[in-house]
Design a binder for this molecule. Structure first.
Ligand code: HSE
Length: 436
């Protein structure tokens, strides 16, 4: 049987999962590919830690050139994450004529424009299923069976760490810091967990999904990115009172040549399937012009699911190699000249419903002042609650609005925050309750 040799850079959590999977399911993979897929070399700076896996002698090396420059290796898996040296390694692998599989969403979201043309010039594939949604095969679906569609929406819960934290805060009233620590111990979090918590990891993934779905380059820095560190148990409680859950959502929408790409905590109705996506699970919901709405659900982080996505990409490449095909599809699924550069819609122009929370002194007339300011900016109130009664003290007042423009919401809140009766900065959370 023919043998396809691969090399792995990065022997951390996911790398270990990949090595284990390739060993455990070697026979199955050979039956599916029609060739043995063999892990020839693994490069990592740490060659001493016991990862609980036995490797043939000589597999592990601290010299990355043993992977990148070995002419027998036809596929390089990059799992070190981050920008450098990952970018240099990926480009060197490509220049050496090797196909690349990576889980590195940060690298592709910021430097895809350098990597994709390099791969095109060499006629090699760059596959990155594991970069979005852990083990969930969304990218294969966009590039493959959903390719006939014009997408209008892609919306998802894309960060297992944040979803795990929000779920435990919602279900148990757990403390943010304690839950984050557990997520790190379980191997869900990024090396720098602020990337998870502040929404950056989700934005990296959204950038890739928007490019894949809408065929446009995305200026990563133009994606509005907010994380979950400002979400309080009070907001979670009020959301529940109004029939919503708070999730960190990645939202991509296309209307004509207008594209929205934003990441922020979002209230969604409890009866939406997305509201039931809990713990480390991710879900991605697409709307295509022919397929309609379709949702993918599965484990979005962790060693085994992510390894499954990485090895799935290796199998795709191995099958092409066996068929004598070097590359059937560009990384974004469009021919290069067809990829456009559409500007992202400014956040001020976004329209939707909003949850507003004010801390106001409990005094006659305070509501009239707040609602007057909202009216001035054309913001109509759908419902309202005031919790507690404490004359002369601060109490929370929560207002749900009808459709409003974000710049009006911001302007109204800025004005309201100047009122003497307002004791804390007012907060807002966007609501998504009108999915096609
Ligand atoms: N840190 C990421 C998460 C891992 O929590 O979802 C998968 O990209």
């Amino acid at each position: 049987m023919k043998e396809i040799k691969i090399g792995l850079i990065g022997f951390g959590t996911i790398g270990t999962g990949v090595a284990k999977l390739l060993q455990a399911n070697a026979g199955l993979i050979a039956d599916k590919v029609g060739a043995m897929v063999t892990l020839k070399k693994i490069a990592d700076l740490d060659v001493t830690t016991d990862r609980g896996i036995e490797l043939p002698p000589g597999t592990l090396t601290s010299n990355v050139a043993d992977v990148l420059d070995d002419p027998e290796i036809s596929v390089v898996i990059e799992l070190i994450g981050g920008y450098e040296p990952a970018k240099s390694f990926v480009l060197r692998a490509i220049n050496n004529g090797k196909h690349v599989v990576t889980a590195n969403k940060a690298l592709l979201a910021l430097h895809g424009e350098e990597i994709y043309p390099a791969a095109a010039a060499k006629g090699v594939q760059v596959l990155f299923e594991a970069a979005v949604g852990g083990g969930i095969p969304v990218i294969s679906a966009i590039l493959g069976n959903m390719a006939a569609n014009n997408f209008t929406t892609v919306l998802g819960i894309l960060n297992g760490t944040c979803n795990y934290i929000l779920t435990r805060m919602t279900q148990e009233g757990a403390d943010f810091g304690d839950v984050l620590k557990t997520a790190q111990e379980l191997g869900y979090a990024e090396a720098d967990p602020t990337f998870d918590i502040e929404g950056v990891d989700t934005a990296h993934k959204l950038a890739l999904l928007v490019s894949l779905c809408f065929g446009t380059k995305v200026d990563f820095n133009a994606i509005h990115t907010e994380g979950i560190s400002s979400i309080s148990s009070a907001d979670i409680g009020f959301a529940r009172d109004f029939g919503y859950k708070i999730k960190l959502l990645a939202i991509g929408k296309r209307t004509g040549d207008t594209v929205e790409a934003r990441v922020h905590p979002t209230m969604i109705p409890v009866n939406y399937p997305l509201a039931d996506v809990d713990g480390v699970f991710n879900a991605i919901r697409f709307t295509g012009d022919f397929i309609g709405p379709v949702m993918f659900y599965g484990r979005g982080a962790g060693m085994d699911p992510t390894a499954s996505a990485v090895v799935g990409d290796v199998i795709e490449i191995a099958r092409n190699i066996i068929a004598g095909v070097s590359r059937r599809c560009a990384p974004l699924g469009y021919r290069d000249e067809a990829v456009t550069t559409l500007a992202l819609k400014p956040m001020g122009e976004i329209e939707g419903k909003y949850y507003l929370r004010f801390s106001a002194v409990d005094k006659p007339g305070v509501l009239a002042k707040i609602s007057g300011a909202l009216g001035k900016y054309d913001i109509s109130i759908e419902s309202m609650i005031q919790k507690g009664r404490s004359a002369g003290e601060s109490v929370p007042i929560v207002i749900m609005t009808h459709e409003a423009r974000e710049k009006d919401i911001r302007a109204a809140l800025e004005e309201i925050d100047t009122f003497e009766l307002i004791s804390e900065k007012s907060r807002f959370i966007r609501i998504e309750d009108n999915l096609e």
